[in-house]
Design a protein around this ligand. Structure first.
Ligand SMILES: Cc1cc2nc3c(=O)[nH]c(=O)nc-3n(C[C@H](O)[C@H](O)[C@H](O)COP(=O)(O)OP(=O)(O)OC[C@H]3O[C@@H](n4cnc5c(N)ncnc54)[C@H](O)[C@@H]3O)c2cc1C
Length: 517
């Protein structure tokens, strides 16, 4: 099998929010730097932004809020489990980030007094800052490309390379051809998002998930194998979104006056998005489905919400609601629980990093949803993308090129050759993924208990055995097999962490029936 070889200074794995801004920052500091981005999909469309975004969820605006107040808010939101350093740094840099984004042409709407429009998303302070930018992803990519970033599209990073315990690059797989790409790099940033495909959505579709479906915990798995730590893996999270389409709208509507009601018409949330647990309880207690009501709002507010939903968050919404004959002036919007995910952006699960975005492996950085900075959202992806680039440049100053360990390359090559065949194999990779995610949903999400964690061990071993029987006909199916392997490894970590945390915490994210509140 032929190999493609690449050389670079700074390798970024994942061309989403954190990856693109890291490339920009690195090239702003040193325009001669060789910056390469492995992107599993196409960099123009990949990632959680995909198109646009309607808010920067954490901005400490001087005179209005502070980084210290944000720390109080996130501590309350994460029930006390927060690494204060990274969260503080993020909030401290958030206003400068907003200003930088304005300089790219991103619109942050202001009120009649000329103040940024802020919304109440956290229990303390108004940190969520409205943004009106339907083309955010395209903007980011264009800026990174103009500065000289080199994307390698359709390449999924499989394994990190190491040289005497330090990072030395990564091996990727072309998801169309199955060809291996070996990239030697002085430093690596993992920015490959969370685990969006942890369990199945209630629509049953493998990829009909809330978060970007290409994010399958590859970064968690690569970092773990290379010697970095992960944390917060017991924080299995779901939210409530539009039934069947799984598109987000909760923060957009509720912060603008919409009400969330249970099926008896009781108000669960109003004014601020402060109680996802109460929505979960309504479902568990049989008071679901819950609804969002907009009909009481003035026409002007409904139009504002429609504008965001049908442009930034996202154009297909207009057809979706039109097709179902739902007019927000007359009908409510039905919400259902999404699938569960592991994510350092919305939740707490991710690679352990410090305020310099460093992992435990020298030269390896992590930023965005793959890294555990409590509920950091887009602000964290951007801030720590920049921080990682700044730190990586300091780290590689005067450093010689690392040496590629041929044994590491050969191990991946051999494994790939064994997998890339359909001879005497009869399991379809999509069926295996369906089963893995269904069983994760049975045993590893709330209500959790020791007995379920014990049962999971049998299934985890069984699935690993099944890998040997998966028929792989092309590069695409091969990449899916690696994705399922990563989902499984993340599920194992979640089982381990979930069993270790012998308490109930964070509502539905970690509710143990054998250790009730
Ligand atoms: C629907 C939705 C709405 C949101 N709304 C808001 C909001 O209004 N405000 C806010 O502040 N935050 C919001 N967020 C959160 C925010 O978008 C994310 O926290 C942030 O974009 C994460 O950036 P990231 O770079 O970590 O991941 P992503 O942007 O998802 O990028 C990860 C990239 O890595 C690639 N990748 C994955 N695995 C590999 C691999 N093995 N090799 C190579 N490439 C790989 C993927 O293809 C993808 O392009 C929202 C998130 C979602 C899903």
């Amino acid at each position: 099998m032929s190999l493609q070889s690449l050389e670079t200074d700074f390798l970024i794995i994942g061309g989403g929010s954190a990856g693109c801004i890291a490339a920009m920052r690195a090239l702003q500091i040193d325009p001669k730097l060789r910056v390469t981005i492995f992107e599993k999909s196409d960099i123009v469309y990949g990632g959680s932004i995909a198109r646009g975004m309607d808010a920067l969820n954490i901005v400490a605006i001087p005179g209005k809020t502070t980084a210290a107040l944000y720390l109080e808010a996130v501590r309350a939101g994460a029930a006390g489990i927060v690494d204060a350093g990274p969260s503080y740094v993020m909030a401290e840099r958030s206003y400068a980030l907003l200003k930088e984004m304005e300089s790219w042409g991103v619109t942050f709407p202001k009120d009649e007094k000329g103040q940024y429009k802020t919304l109440k998303y956290h229990v303390k302070g108004e940190f969520q800052t409205a943004m009106d930018e339907p083309e955010l992803k395209a903007m980011l990519v264009q800026r990174a490309l103009n500065l000289g970033a080199r994307p390698v599209n359709r390449v999924m990073a499989l394994r990190l390379l190491t040289d005497n315990g330090k990072v030395a690059g990564a091996i990727g797989l072309n998801v169309r051809t199955g060809q291996l790409v070996v990239c030697r790099a002085k430093t690596v940033l993992v920015a490959s998002g969370g685990v969006s495909r942890l369990t199945l959505p209630n629509s049953g579709y493998l990829y009909g998930v809330y978060d970007y479906p290409g994010n399958t915990g590859d970064g968690f798995a690569m970092a773990l194998r290379a010697g970095a730590g992960v944390t917060g893996m017991e924080y299995t999270q779901r939210t409530m979104l539009i039934k069947d389409s799984n598109m987000p709208l909760l923060a957009i509507c509720v912060t603008r006056g919409a009400k969330v009601l249970d099926c008896n018409g009781n108000v669960i949330m109003e004014g601020e998005v402060n109680n996802i647990n109460a929505m979960n309880e309504a479902f568990t207690e049989g008071r679901g489905p819950v609804h969002i009501q907009l009909s009481h709002l003035p026409e002007e507010k409904i139009r504002e919400i429609e504008h965001i939903l049908f442009t930034t968050e996202r154009p297909v919404n207009e057809r979706f609601f039109g097709g179902r004959h739902i007019d927000f002036r007359k009908q409510d919007i039905e919400l259902w629980p999404t699938e569960y995910l592991l994510c350092g952006g919305h939740g707490l699960a991710g690679i352990r990093v410090n305020e310099r975005a460093e992992t435990a492996v020298p030269g390896l950085y992590a930023a965005g949803d793959v890294a555990s900075v409590a509920k950091q959202h887009l602000t964290g992806a951007f801030v720590f993308g920049e921080v990682a680039a700044e730190e990586a440049i300091k780290y590689m100053d005067g450093m010689p090129d690392p040496v590629i360990n041929e044994d590491e390359v050969n191990a991946v090559r051999e494994e790939l050759q064994q997998r890339f065949t359909d001879k005497d194999k009869d399991i379809d990779v999509r069926e295996l993924e369906h089963k893995v995610r269904r069983v994760v949903g049975d045993y590893l999400v709330s209500p959790k208990n020791s007995h379920k964690f014990e049962l999971w061990k049998y299934w985890s071993d069984t699935f690993r055995d099944d890998f040997r029987h998966v028929a792989v006909h092309n590069g695409h199916e091969l990449s899916k097999l690696y994705e399922v392997e990563n989902i499984l490894l993340c599920a194992d970590c979640s089982a381990l962490a979930g069993d270790f945390r012998k308490e109930s915490r964070w509502g539905e994210c970690h509710r143990r029936s054998d250790y009730p509140l």
